[in-house]
Design a protein around this ligand. Structure first.
Ligand SMILES: [Mn+2]
Length: 468
C-alpha cells in the first residue's frame, strides 16, 4: 500500500489517542529447529496495518508531538553474501511514510528518556513470547508485568479503526477470497472416494502457494466435520462421506479469507444429508438477507439459531417452539458455536486484543453453552467484514451426555437424534462486507446450493461421437 495509507492511519490513531508515546513492536523470526531455519515470516497484524514493514526486528514509536521513528536491525555486512543487498532502515521508513529511522539498539534509551520526561509508553498486549521478552527488556520491567501494563485506551482506539475496512483493504480481502474460491474449485475436482484428506489438504495448499499466497490458518479438511477444529488429515474419503473444508488464503498484503463448504464425497448428497444441508444453507442465507448496520451480530446469531431450530423441528429432531428452544439454548446441541467473527488482517480479526473487539464496553459474553462461543456481539457498522458460518453437528459424546442428563428434553427428541448420531457435521461459511444498505458476500461465488455442488462435482460427460 502507499506510504500515505500508513501515515493517514497513524495520524487518525494519534488523534484518537493524543497523549503518550505509542509503541509498536513488530515480530522477529521464529526458528523452526535452529535459528537459520525460521518459519515463514509473518509480521504482527497491527504493525502491518500502521507501518507496513514486512520484515523481522522492527519497532515504531509515535510521539505525542507528531514525530515518528522507525527502528530496525543494524546493517549486517554478511547479508551482502547471504541475502543480497537489503534496503536500509531509512528506505523502510520512507515506504512507511515515517520521517526518522534509527537502529533498534537505540530504542531502549529513547524509551528511558521519554519516561524521564514523564511521558507514558502505550503499547498493546504482546501476542508472541519473543515480543513479550523484547518489551520487558525495552521497558525495563519484569516479564509478568508486560501484559497487565498494556494500554486499554490504545486497544480500544485500534479496534475502532481497524474494524472499518477501507476500499484498499476490501480489495485485499477480495483478492484473498478469489484465491480461496480457486482452492475450492480445485478441491471439488479432486474429491473422490479413495483419496485421502491429506491429498486434498496438499492440493489446496498448492493453489495458495502458487499464487504467492499463504494460507490464513491451518485448514480443516475432514470427514469428521463435527469436530470443530479438526486439524488432522488421517482419513481416506469413502463414498457416502461428507467432506468439510474450512480453508482460506491470505492475500499478499496479509488479509485473510475464511470459507467453509461441505461436499458429498461421491458427488451426490443422500436424501438425509440433503435435508440437513438445506437447513444449514437456509440459516446462512437468512443471516445474509438481514445482515446490515441495523442489527447486531448477536441478532444474526439468533437468526441462525432460530432457523436451525425450526429446520430441525420440521425434521422431528427438535420439538416445541423454536424461539423458546433458542432462548434456553437447546439448539446448541447441534449448533454449539457462534455465527461468526470479524475478519481482516487476522482471520479472527484483532482477537489478540480479547473481547474488546467483539463486545461493547461493559458487556460480557453469555455463560450459556453455545452463545458463550460467540466472538462478535456488537452492532454492525458499514465497513465491518464478518464471517457467516452456521453449522449443524452431531457429536456422539455430547448427545450421550445431554441425553443422560435429560437436558432440554422438552425441545429435543433424543430417540430421533439416535438416527443421526453417525451423521457427523455440515458447515457453510462466507465472508461478508457490511454496507450502508445491507451486505455483500466477498469474492467470486463458491458453489453453495445442493444443485450447484452436485453439478460442479458431476463427472464430465465424454464428448459425443461426431457423425459424418
Ligand atoms: Mn471462520
Amino acid at each position: 500500500m502507499k506510504s500515505t495509507t500508513y501515515s493517514d492511519r497513524r495520524q487518525a490513531l494519534r488523534s484518537a489517542v493524543p497523549d503518550g508515546v505509542i509503541l509498536f513492536v513488530g515480530y522477529v523470526d521464529a526458528p523452526r529447529t535452529y535459528p537459520a531455519s525460521p518459519y515463514p515470516f509473518r509480521q504482527s497484524s497491527h504493525f502491518l496495518y500502521y507501518v507496513g514493514t514486512n520484515r523481522p526486528g522492527f519497532a515504531a514509536a509515535l510521539l505525542p508531538d507528531g514525530q515518528e521513528i522507525l527502528y530496525g536491525p543494524a546493517e549486517d555486512p554478511d547479508d551482502l553474501v547471504w541475502r543480497g543487498p537489503q534496503p536500509k532502515i531509512t528506505d523502510r521508513a520512507n515506504d512507511a511514510g515515517v520521517a526518522r529511522a534509527a537502529e533498534m539498539s537505540t530504542l531502549a534509551a529513547d524509551i528511558a528518556d521519554w519516561r524521564q520526561q514523564g511521558t507514558d509508553i502505550l503499547y498493546l498486549p504482546p501476542c508472541r513470547a519473543e515480543q513479550a521478552v523484547t518489551m520487558a527488556q525495552l521497558l525495563d520491567i519484569p516479564l509478568a508485568d508486560v501484559a497487565p501494563g498494556a494500554s486499554g485506551e490504545l486497544a480500544r482506539a485500534i479496534v475502532e479503526q481497524r474494524s472499518i475496512k477501507s476500499a484498499e483493504e476490501i480489495e485485499q480481502l477480495e483478492a484473498a477470497a478469489a484465491a480461496s474460491a480457486l482452492m475450492y474449485d480445485v478441491a471439488m475436482q479432486t474429491i473422490e472416494p479413495g483419496i485421502t484428506e491429506l491429498e486434498i489438504a496438499g492440493v489446496i495448499r498448492g493453489v495458495a502457494l502458487a499464487r504467492g499466497c499463504e494460507q490464513a490458518f491451518p485448514p480443516i479438511v475432514s470427514v469428521h466435520g463435527e469436530v470443530l477444529h479438526n486439524e488432522t488429515y488421517d482419513n481416506t474419503l469413502a463414498a457416502g462421506d461428507l467432506l468439510l473444508i474450512d480453508s482460506g488464503a491470505e492475500s499478499r498484503g496479509g488479509y485473510a479469507s475464511d470459507f467453509t463448504r461441505t461436499f458429498p464425497v461421491s458427488g451426490k448428497f443422500t436424501d438425509k444429508q440433503k435435508e440437513i444441508y438445506q437447513v444449514v444453507l437456509a440459516a446462512q442465507l437468512a443471516v445474509i438477507s438481514v445482515a446490515s448496520p441495523k442489527v447486531s451480530n448477536r441478532d444474526l446469531h439468533k437468526v441462525a439459531a432460530t432457523t436451525i431450530a425450526q429446520g430441525l423441528t420440521n425434521l422431528g429432531i427438535m420439538k416445541g417452539d423454536p424461539d423458546e428452544a433458542v432462548k434456553v439454548g437447546a439448539h446448541a446441541l447441534f449448533f454449539p458455536h457462534g455465527i461468526g467473527h470479524m475478519i481482516g488482517l487476522d482471520t479472527h480479526d484483532m482477537e489478540d486484543l480479547g473481547d474488546v473487539v467483539g463486545y461493547p464496553e461493559g458487556e460480557q459474553r453469555s455463560k450459556q453453552f453455545g452463545l458463550s462461543f460467540l466472538r462478535l456481539a456488537k452492532k454492525l457498522k458499514p465497513g465491518f467484514v464478518i464471517t457467516v458460518e452456521p453449522g449443524i453437528y452431531f457429536v456422539p459424546e455430547l448427545i450421550d451426555r445431554w441425553k443422560k442428563e435429560g437436558k432440554h428434553s422438552e425441545f429435543i427428541d433424543y430417540e430421533k437424534v439416535e438416527e443421526y448420531r453417525d451423521f457427523r457435521g455440515i458447515r457453510i461459511e462466507d465472508d461478508v462486507l457490511i454496507t450502508e444498505e445491507g451486505c455483500r458476500v466477498l469474492g467470486p461465488p463458491v458453489p453453495k446450493t445442493v444443485e450447484e455442488i452436485e453439478q460442479k462435482m458431476a463427472p464430465e460427460e465424454p464428448p459425443k461421437p461426431t457423425v459424418h
